[in-house]
Design a protein around this ligand. Sequence first.
Ligand SMILES: [Cu+2]
Length: 321
Amino acid sequence: MADQVESLVEHGNIWFPDAAGSMATKVDFLYSVTMWVSVVIFVAMFLVGLYFVIKYKRSAINQKAESHVTDNVRLELAWSFIPFVLLMILFAWSFRDYLDLVIAPPDAQEIKVVAKKWLWEVEYPELNMKALNEIVVPVSTPIKLTMTATDVLHSLFIPNFRVKRDIIPNRYSTLWFEAIKPGVFQLFCTEFCGDGHSEMIGIVRVLSEPDYQEWLLAGSEDESIPLDELGKKLYVSKACNTCHSIDGTDMVGPTWKGLFNSDRNLQSGEVVTADDNYIRESIVYPQVKLVSGYQPVMPAYAGLLSDRDIDGIIAYIKTLK
Ligand SMILES: [Cu+2]
């Protein structure tokens, strides 16, 4: 379960990443056939053109054409019919794959995804569980994501599975995949959605059946690490880092440096001290006390963080002097 995610940003190349989903091999095969057929036609046409250019080069400046061809029915039929057949084969083939891509198998396990600036909220209706930026699934099981957004357009892309779908506020879009091997794969937002767009990255953790059963029993909580380290981990894994810096830089939200026990000027004109309760409330119901000078864009984390998670974050903020 410890395997780390291989960053496609750092270790990517121009080829598709490792095929890890059931659609990926189909997409890659169709893509390669389309590309190589095009390459063959391109090279052949280029060589024929080059040959004619050389062979029929006008040798004298006033050389006259020997013949003037206006049409050739057989040739024209050939260059219409052969591409037509090629295109129809590609059309039928990609239409079949497209249907596979958009129609989820009826027995797929459903997971809900809510995209918001700038994180992924993941809900497992059958397990009554919520998580952030991480989708955990068993291998060789069809999974159907039912997705929506609360603010602007987003788009979910899992390169290793070759699946991608836009996510639109006020409606559901769905996407399904079936992982063919265990591993940790990156998930991106591919619709520009504002400042934190490039940080809107999550992971899909594919577990073998025994590991998945273990995960179901254990839940995702890790009780063993100290609170402030837990908070440091959550700062990244719960996407706080997309809006809050820890080094004093002003981002979409106020920095956490020196936050604890400082005086906060609120939009209501009040001044409050950032004690444990204030921080807790700012995380769970951020809109209740808005810091002056900032937009009310922080998502409410009520139900998304356990009590221990919140204690961890507060402990971590206390270390940022
Ligand atoms: Cu986005």
